[in-house]
Ligand binder design. Structure first.
Ligand code: EPS
Length: 366
């Protein structure tokens, strides 16, 4: 038994969709909790005016009856309210009538750092918009909705997951971060940063060293590096371990009346791709967003002459949003690993398998 996720949708198309397969039957979902996570993702200092146009909410089209999962594919839909301004340019069918609204003219000025040029080259697209619409981080709304469902499943076995923004443009602390964003906005520039996700209550034994595909550290790196604008991932002390000696780099083992534990957690709760029972700690580095109000040098695809990149409404900084997205991504991957370890067609079976497994371990969550 595993959990899988497929998402679809363009940034200014009608909607974003997430289909989650492999949930047990009988999991109670809280509509407000999902919408709260969607709202958290939309917030954060430095976001685009687009966020004033959107009020993200999850609609459910399948897999749920009267608030309880049926054990069948769960379809979540987040509508793009901005689509009403793009019906001619971004409708799924050939448009009728005179061009109106946004997206009516082809985009020919690829932004360095965005999917624009590689996407057009790969798919032989006539319009940069055909690439940027799916590459857009708007897509992360669907991932957050799915992650919220994963968190509900993890909650049933006492696991919590939380993401925070640690750093923006090298600044730490709310005031310094706001000041850095204000300065970047005034300079018509953008900022990246660092986020951290911690998961508590994860039992030892999720993931496996048996194959690369099963290693939980590899899976967390995959899901985070697969998120828009992420260029680096660190598990535990990560890159900080490289200059240390072995005697300073590992977490020594202890045992007391509550079972095995470690006093340090440099491994970030994962040894050899398997959870240790300590807190899971992962960080992701986000590059500054590639849509600049003061554009970088590019080439006009219509004339093949030097030009300046596309200037579009965009965020100055989306690091706080990434913290919520990374939280969702880690939650989904942990839920997937938990489904693989514990199985169960009903929530009761899943929870009972967890209880029996933990009872067999010499371990208590701390
Ligand atoms: C994004 C560009 C902006 C952001 C968008 C991500 O979109 P627009 O050009 O429509 O203003 O607002 O993020 C969201 C809409 C969102 O909900 O996160 C991009 O190019 O990735």
């Amino acid at each position: 038994m595993t959990l899988s996720l497929i998402t679809a949708g363009e940034s200014h198309g009608p909607a974003l969709v997430a289909v989650v397969v492999g949930l047990p039957a009988g999991l109670v979902l809280d509509r407000d909790a999902i919408d709260r996570d969607l709202r958290r993702r939309q917030q954060g200092y430095g976001r685009s005016p687009r966020q004033q146009l959107e009020t993200d909410r999850a609609e459910v089209l399948s897999g749920l009856r009267q608030g309880r999962t049926l054990g069948t594919p769960l379809t979540l839909v987040v509508r793009n309210l901005d689509h009403r301004n793009w019906t001619w340019g971004m409708g799924p069918w050939p448009p009728e009538g005179e061009p109106e609204g946004k997206g009516t003219k082809p985009v020919t000025l690829p932004r360095p750092g965005h999917a624009d040029l590689p996407g057009v080259m790969k798919y032989d697209l006539p319009d940069v918009r055909d690439a940027l619409e799916r590459a857009s981080a708007r897509h992360t709304a669907a991932l957050v909705a799915a992650g919220s469902v994963a968190k509900a499943l993890l909650d049933a076995i006492g696991v919590t997951v939380e993401g925070v923004a640690l750093e923006v443009g090298g600044a730490r602390g709310e005031e310094a971060i706001r000041a850095a964003i204000d300065t970047a906005r005034a300079d018509r520039d953008t900022l990246g940063g660092l986020v951290e996700v911690r998961a508590r209550g994860v039992p030892p034994g999720l993931g496996s060293y048996a194959t690369k595909e099963e290693r939980l550290d590899a899976r967390l790196a995959w899901t985070l590096a697969g998120t828009q604008a992420v260029k680096g991932v660190e598990i535990g002390d990560g890159f900080g371990l490289a200059p240390l000696r072995g005697s300073d780099a590992h977490d020594e083992l202890f045992r007391d009346g509550r079972g095995f534990y470690r006093e340090t957690n440099r491994s970030g709760g994962i040894d050899a791709g398997v959870t240790t029972g300590e807190e899971i700690v992962v960080r992701a580095a986000m590059k500054p967003l590639p849509t600049l109000m003061r554009p970088l040098r590019s080439v006009d695809l219509a004339t093949l002459e030097p030009a300046q990149a596309l200037v579009e409404r965009s965020d100055v900084c989306a690091v706080e949003a990434l913290a919520v997205v990374a939280e969702a991504a880690v939650a989904f991957e942990l839920a997937r690993a938990a489904r693989e370890k514990l199985g169960g067609d009903s929530l009761g079976d899943f929870v009972a398998a967890h209880r029996a497994y933990v009872a067999r371990l010499d371990w208590t969550p701390r």
